[in-house]
Design a protein around this ligand. Structure first.
Ligand code: HAM
Length: 438
């Protein structure tokens, strides 16, 4: 048989190693510990508030977001990762997940389930934004959505859930809230807003001059200094709400008062996504350094979104905070220490034969539920003991030539440095007994 040449082909010229894409981030070390903490909190709060998990695909039809988020939004116009796939389909990497949740709700007939249907999710979202503090092109969100119920108590429950969850991570937030009305009162408000901005048109940025025609609400959350100045004195939505929207908003605020959740009314809070109706809110850090810089999460009611996607009316409310911004604050404020579990036992073999036995001991302890660590490629005793104490293991099991001959294991108490010989066959039971005593 002819011998195959399986040599690894290396490039002739040295080429630079691949790098992260701009605006993307690897999550490892301390950040990964925080991510796990957040995930744990999300799972606990989801259980306590009665939300079940849903995972939707990262890739969706491009048109889903155009219809849901709105074709006049920055997210759709400037920030989508969109492409045509091999089959000629127009695809987008999700910039957010609410649209996907409503799509799934409609597609799987969740209307026939008891309402509200309460779903939560977490995962990466994609927006081609200009990277800056707490702003990435791939970022992670967790989100909670309650679909199929229009009662204002759900808005309050959603706000409560987010506030308590962030507080459980040691983060105090400032809650900003507003109501942007619905299809009854919004058109009239938009008309009034348009005339106001028209009188100041020359001072608006080029983007806002365009927005003015199609979606004047977007001018209210433009970050350009000249637009901010004009928006400051603009007519406010809450002065133009219809009776139903006003009642709804008043009730939400009453529930928040009852729960003693402080809020700031922000008449310019309109959110960057077009699907909202009535209540909109955001959580901001209360720390002075980040107060106006980092929205930790946002949400609101989106009673018409299902219809925008061609379904029946499905009133709904939800919110989604971002992992990276939470982690940024956790790293900066240090208000909270994640619990790190030290290994209980470190296994230290001396030499090749011992290593084989150590592997079995390691596997046996692990299977018995003991937190066990090792660094088997090392041979020296002192380096292994050094690592065991660095990891704060309570016992080190030393297996050398003598222990192999005697069929034993040496158990070293890392606190007292005392050592005891234990039969190899009894080691798992012995360690469990010692750990119970400590
Ligand atoms: P959003 O305000 O676009 O809302 O995003 C929510 C949160 O995601 C933000 O407050 C922020 O923490 C995080 N986030 C957004 N963009 C970035 C970025 N480029 N880099 C890092 N973090 C970011 C939504 O996405 C809605 N779907 C929320 C919602 C759920 N509304 C109703 N239900």
């Amino acid at each position: 048989m002819a011998k195959k040449n399986i040599s690894l082909k290396l490039p002739k010229k040295k080429i630079p190693p691949p790098q992260l894409l701009r605006g993307m981030k690897d999550i490892y070390d301390q950040d990964q510990i925080w991510f796990q903490e957040i995930r744990k909190a999300v799972a606990v709060f989801a259980r306590d508030f009665g939300f079940s998990r849903i995972d939707t695909p990262i890739l969706e039809q491009h048109s889903l977001f155009v219809r849901a988020v709105g074709d006049q939004t920055d997210v759709v116009q400037k920030e989508m990762y969109a492409f045509v796939d091999q089959g000629g389909e127009h695809i987008a990497a999700r910039p957010e997940a609410t649209a996907s949740i409503v799509r799934a709700y409609l597609e799987h007939g969740m209307l026939s389930k008891p309402q509200p249907v309460k779903l939560y999710y977490e995962g990466p979202m994609f927006r081609h934004e200009r990277p800056q503090l707490g702003r990435y092109r791939q970022f992670f969100q967790f989100g909670f959505e309650a679909l199929g119920d229009q009662h204002p108590v759900l808005d309050a429950e959603m706000i409560l859930l987010g506030e308590r969850l962030l507080a459980s991570l040691g983060l105090k937030v400032v809650l900003q809230i507003n109501s942007i009305g619905d299809e009854n009162c919004r058109p009239q408000y938009t008309h009034i807003l348009k005339s106001y901005f028209r009188t100041n048109k020359a001072r608006l940025c080029a983007d806002c001059q365009k927005r003015l025609l199609k979606n004047p609400l977007r001018v209210l959350d433009c970050k350009e200094p000249s637009c901010v100045g004009i928006a400051k004195d603009a007519p406010q939505t809450i002065d133009h709400l219809c009776t139903a929207c006003k009642d709804h908003f008043v009730q939400v605020l009453e529930y928040l008062d009852e729960l003693q959740i402080a809020y700031e009314l922000n008449p310019r809070l309109v959110r960057g996504l077009d699907y909202y109706t009535k209540t909109v809110f955001e959580y901001w850090s209360d720390d002075e350094r980040f107060r106006d810089k980092l929205a930790l999460g946002g949400g609101g009611r989106y009673d018409r979104l299902a219809e925008l996607l061609g379904g029946r009316t499905v009133p709904a409310v939800g919110m989604a905070p971002g992992f990276e911004r939470i982690v940024l604050l956790l790293n900066e404020l240090k208000t909270y220490e994640p619990k790190v579990y030290a290994p209980q036992v470190f296994v230290a073999p001396l030499g090749d034969q011992a290593r084989k036995r150590a592997l079995k001991v390691y596997d046996g302890l692990r299977a018995a539920g003991v937190r066990v660590a090792q660094n088997f490629s090392k041979d020296g005793l002192s380096s292994q003991l050094g690592m065991a104490s660095k990891l704060q293991a309570r016992f080190t099991l030393i297996i050398g030539q003598q222990e192999i001959l005697d069929d034993t294991v040496m158990v070293r108490d890392m606190e007292t440095s005392s050592q005891e010989v234990v039969d190899y066959g009894k080691i798992v039971g012995d360690i469990k007994k010692r750990l119970r005593k400590k």
